[in-house]
Design a protein around this ligand. Structure first.
Ligand SMILES: [Fe+2]
Length: 312
């Protein structure tokens, strides 16, 4: 794959300061370039002001100028208006209104191994006796890195076509017309697409070391304000990851996750132990039912009115 990682996304929200405070609670790092990253650095979230929340852009890393040449040709052959500069190619998806930029960037350094993960006791496999599990003493700590985002688009087919046939993302799982899980790295998904009446940042997600890390980080946000809880804890079918979703102050959902599928061999993923995804798998393998607001956000009417004004 010529694409190798998610670099960043940029969102606009009505109150960037409130979002900055929320990110500080989670322990995200404010970067010198004005973004927010997890404790490993890597991909960043950038936030700016707008009257209504929206996703502005997504940046993806590739290896070389040659990758950019091929990308530009592919986009233009597909009828997209690509903009080329020295180290990047950008294109705007007309449906989701998101600008997608691919630029030459170094590959991500291998992550340091998770700190002192412990093996749990299980029937027939007792590894800890006469002591409490170390994780009960842990304090919340920041998530490791930004892993993926989910774009709500009014035209799922055209956004998928641009990102897959044009930009070069790969498809890991999908249910046609409902949800598409795309990757630009070995993560099962870095960008997912869902249908939405208006362009939308549906959720974005931060990787944690394990289920306890997810639990400690999510609980710290939840205990401050139980109204932030949205969905979890559970395990998704697509991507296999544990998840817990919370509401951010702008109305998008923030996911904390662990144990995501990794794909470094397309054929092995397509023909190996990958069970096909069907409609029953959209929400999860186990966990609470999908909340309605995950499909119909509570501010949808406000968003629709704002987009009608913008397009009027
Ligand atoms: Fe997610």
């Amino acid at each position: 794959m010529t694409l190798h990682r998610l670099l960043s996304f940029r969102a606009a929200v009505p109150d960037p300061d409130a979002l900055a405070s929320y990110y500080a609670e989670l322990g995200l790092t404010a970067t010198p370039a004005g973004g927010y990253s997890g404790s490993d650095g890597g991909a960043t979230v950038h936030v700016e002001h707008a009257a209504v929340r929206r996703l502005l852009s997504v940046d993806i890393g590739c290896d070389s100028d040659r990758d950019l040449d091929a990308l530009q040709q592919r986009l233009e052959a597909g009828g997209a208006a690509a903009r080329r500069s020295a180290d990047r190619v950008s294109v705007v998806d007309a449906a989701s209104r998101v600008e997608v930029t691919v630029r030459v960037a170094p590959r991500e350094a291998p992550a340091a191994s998770a700190a002192a993960l412990t093996t749990p006791n299980a029937p027939g496999a007792i590894v800890r006796v006469n002591e409490r599990a170390p994780t009960v003493f842990e304090a919340p700590r920041p998530p490791r890195r930004l892993g993926h985002l989910v774009i709500g688009t009014p035209d799922l087919a055209s956004t998928r076509a641009l990102l897959v046939d044009g930009v070069g993302c790969k498809v890991s799982d999908e249910i046609d017309g409902v949800i598409h899980f795309l990757r630009c790295s070995t993560d099962h998904h870095n960008i997912a697409l869902v249908h939405s009446p208006v362009p939308l940042l549906q959720h974005y997600s931060w990787e944690c070391d394990d289920l306890d890390h997810v639990g400690h980080a999510a609980t710290s946000l939840y205990r401050t304000d139980p109204g932030r809880h949205v969905w979890g804890i559970g395990r998704h079918f697509a991507g296999s990851n544990f998840y817990w979703y919370l509401r951010d102050p702008a109305g998008s959902f923030l996911e904390l996750y662990a144990d995501l599928d990794r794909i470094d061999d397309d054929d092995a993923w397509a023909t190996g132990r990958k069970a096909p995804m069907d409609f029953d798998h959209i929400a999860n393998a186990w966990g609470p039912n999908l909340p309605t607001e995950f499909i119909v956000p509570e501010d949808l009417a406000e968003l629709e009115a704002a987009w009608a004004r913008l397009d009027g």
